[in-house]
Design a protein around this ligand. Structure first.
Ligand code: NAD
Length: 260
């Protein structure tokens, strides 16, 4: 029997990057990943890829900032499979600018996707998890849940906020066997990061190679990027926990960029 046989795992932002890898890895270990993403065509392609390998997957259109859409999509999943075992709240974007230039609209957009999205998807899933007395919730934090970087005020604020959300859910969810943890990756070369390299080069007036070497990987122990596989390993480890022995925690996977 595979580790996640029959487990239903909603992964937001799973049409690309880290979320996609997590969905593929869940499927490879017997779970039914639900690819929940703004980009429904790409979500459908990921689901097709999983079905092509003999797995089962579902794609749903979901803007994590839209209360009605989140509730409807989660209800649709629960109706189809009868339960929701795992939520990986992963959808995210990045907008970089110095604080003094940050527009209020961009600040609110960042907090809406990273924090409101985490809250809305959590609440919708808990309705089913509490009933089943089982749930594993994993938030995609970042080293920026622990550290700050210039130009990333709302991202850093939101990623720190996820730690608080996870700790509250750890306390409230325990009696229902629902655990909540945060995975905190260092830089991973996904579209989200590829976009930032030229942006930061422009902002700081340095080359793209210097952005990678002197900003992104400077504090790592070995100058290595974290990979989507590394992040998926940590997420699947937390999702497989038998009980709430590990809850309200954050796991940093960053080649030593941040040490607890
Ligand atoms: P990515 O751009 O490759 O993928 C993000 C996905 O989220 C996309 O498929 C996008 O369509 C989706 N998305 C964006 N807004 C959405 C919304 N409102 N509703 C639903 N889906 C939405 O990015 P990634 O690098 O894989 O990032 C995934 C998560 O990992 C983010 O939360 C990010 O902050 C976090 N993270 C990334 C890194 C990194 O270096 N890449 C490091 C630490 C944490």
């Amino acid at each position: 029997m595979a580790r996640f046989d029959g487990r239903v795992a909603i992964v937001t932002g799973a049409a690309s990057g880290i979320g996609k890898e997590i969905a593929l890895r869940f499927a490879a270990e017997g779970a039914i990943p639900v690819i929940a993403d703004l980009n429904v065509e790409a979500a459908e392609r990921t689901a097709e890829e999983i079905r092509g390998k003999g797995g089962e997957a579902m794609a749903v259109a979901m803007n994590v900032t839209d209360e009605a859409e989140v509730d409807a999509a989660v209800a649709e999943v629960a109706k189809k499979y009868g339960k929701i075992d795992i939520l990986v709240s992963n959808a995210g974007i990045q907008i970089v600018a110095p604080l003094i230039e940050f527009t209020y609209a961009d600040w609110k957009k960042m907090l809406a996707i990273h924090l409101d999205g985490a809250f809305l998807t959590t609440r919708a899933c808990l309705r089913h998890m509490y009933e089943a007395k089982y749930g594993r919730v994993i938030y995609m934090g970042s080293v920026h849940s622990k550290e700050a970087s210039k130009l990333k005020a709302p991202y850093v604020a939101a990623k720190h906020g996820l730690l608080g959300l996870a700790k509250v859910l750890a306390k409230e969810g325990a009696e229902y066997n629902v655990s909540a943890n945060v995975v905190c990756p260092g830089f991973v070369r996904t579209p989200l990061v590829e976009k930032q390299i030229p942006e930061q080069a422009r902002e700081f007036g340095i080359s793209e190679e210097e952005v990678v070497r002197n900003i992104m990987l400077k504090e790592t122990v070995d100058g290595e990027f974290t990979t989507t596989d590394d992040v998926a390993d940590a997420v699947l480890f937390l999702a497989a926990a038998r009980n709430c022995v590990m809850t309200g925690q954050s796991v940093v996977v960053s080649h030593g960029w941040f040490m607890q």
